[in-house]
Write a protein that binds this ligand. Structure first.
Ligand code: PLP
Length: 380
């Protein structure tokens, strides 16, 4: 029997309620029924982003919202600062440069968090920097960045925006947009939102909308002002991904029902269990001092190729997780516990990892990882 399991940091598993909602016959989007759904979605997104401002929705993967953020807030030749500690940090730099934005980089070793004083120094040295781009969770390394502290630094600079890629973080771990003074937060549907890929989101502060007014970079599909005018009328500028929006309405209902704080607590617990399990079988974490709660990146034991771990898990045990990318390729595997994941999903994942590592020759006592995870789950 080929029963498949998915514990990757995106796409993530989708609840049956969401799948069934999306399976309904499609409706037309220029109708009162759709407008009612979008009105509910707008409120749900504000709850999720913890903002009073509007959250824009695009039919694209998360990168679309990243690109739109650059092209809607900046002008050619503007200076930007990118905190680059992995694959997705590099993406901010690449997008900026593609549009003629002068991106300076704070290079963070992969697997590490960032020291906010580095950003403070860079902004002091060059007050002309218009935006600081970063990740909340750098999915490629499993590292958590100190967004609250970074935002404190940036909010002291009226001419600089704090832009956060929350794609693998929002809805799994704290990222209250308004409370922390975040100017732009972007997200994608295929992570904590428990949906298929295909929707991107961007929440903007009032300060960010001020930048949008002055931005002169070229844009067409990702035109934030146009989308804002439309969403205010419960509409989209172009044909929306209607079935995904229906699914989103359902997943947001589930998120509200569970409660954002409970969801954060669930992810924290899953992360604690995953870390304890990996340590119990003699493995080390890739980002030990700054571990995110959505994904656990683990160094593979000496002599075992991380890519092989992922391959055996997928082909023999039907569990899909993620390997390492670029400089981390072959050195790590990434077990995610993001979105629609509970204790027993993770226990299953840990059991499969243990069996795979045993098969590949790692020496440890089978079951110690599962035991460590169960102990975390049984803590009062
Ligand atoms: C932190 C982060 N940023 C950006 C992206 C890119 O998103 P997408 O593949 O949806 O364009 C991802 C996807 O894995 C991510 O985890």
């Amino acid at each position: 029997m080929d029963k498949e399991y998915l514990l990757a940091p995106g796409p993530t598993p989708i609840p049956p309620e969401v799948l069934l909602t999306m399976a309904h016959p499609i409706i037309h989007h220029r109708t009162p029924v759709y407008e009612q759904v979008l009105q509910e979605v707008r409120e749900g997104l504000k709850y999720l982003f913890q903002t009073k401002n509007e959250v824009l929705i695009f039919a694209s993967s998360g990168t679309g919202a990243m690109e739109g953020t650059v092209t809607n807030t900046l002008c050619a030749g503007d200076k930007a600062l990118v905190v680059e500690g992995g694959k997705f940090g590099e993406r901010w730099t690449a997008i900026c440069r593609a549009f003629g934005v002068n991106a300076q980089v704070i290079s963070v070793p992969w697997g590490k968090g960032v020291d906010p004083s580095l950003v403070a120094q860079a902004l002091e040295k060059d007050p002309g920097i218009k935006a600081v781009f970063t990740q909340a969770t750098e999915t490629s390394t499993g590292a958590l960045f100190p967004i609250r502290k970074l935002a404190e630094v940036v909010s002291r600079c009226p001419g600089t925006l704090m832009v956060v890629d929350g794609i693998s973080h929002l809805g799994a771990q704290e990222l209250p947009m308004d409370d922390w003074n975040l100017d732009v937060v972007v997200c994608g549907s295929q992570k904590a939102l428990m949906l298929p890929p295909g929707l991107a989101f961007a929440g903007l502060s009032e300060k960010a909308w001020g930048f949008v007014e002055k931005s002169t970079l070229p844009k067409f599909y990702f035109d934030f002002r146009k989308e804002l005018r439309n969403i205010a009328k419960n509409q989209n500028a172009y044909t929306p991904a209607i079935s995904l929006i229906m699914g989103l309405a359902q997943s947001l209902r589930m998120i509200r029902k569970e409660g954002i704080e409970n969801i954060f607590a669930r992810h924290a617990r899953l992360a604690r269990a995953a870390r304890a399990a990996m340590k119990a079988i003699g493995l080390s974490l890739y980002a030990p001092e700054a571990c995110a709660n959505s994904v656990t990146a683990v160094l593979t034991p000496p002599g075992i190729d991380g890519q092989k771990v992922v391959k055996v898990l997928r082909e023999k045990h039907h569990l899909t997780i993620a390997g390492g990318q670029d400089q981390a390729k072959g050195k790590i595997f990434r077990l995610a516990h993001l979105g629609f994941v509970n204790d027993f999903d993770l226990i299953l994942g840990i059991a499969a990892v243990e069996m795979t590592l045993k098969e590949l020759g790692h020496s440890f006592e089978l079951g110690q990882g599962v035991k460590a995870a169960m102990e975390v789950f049984m803590e009062k």
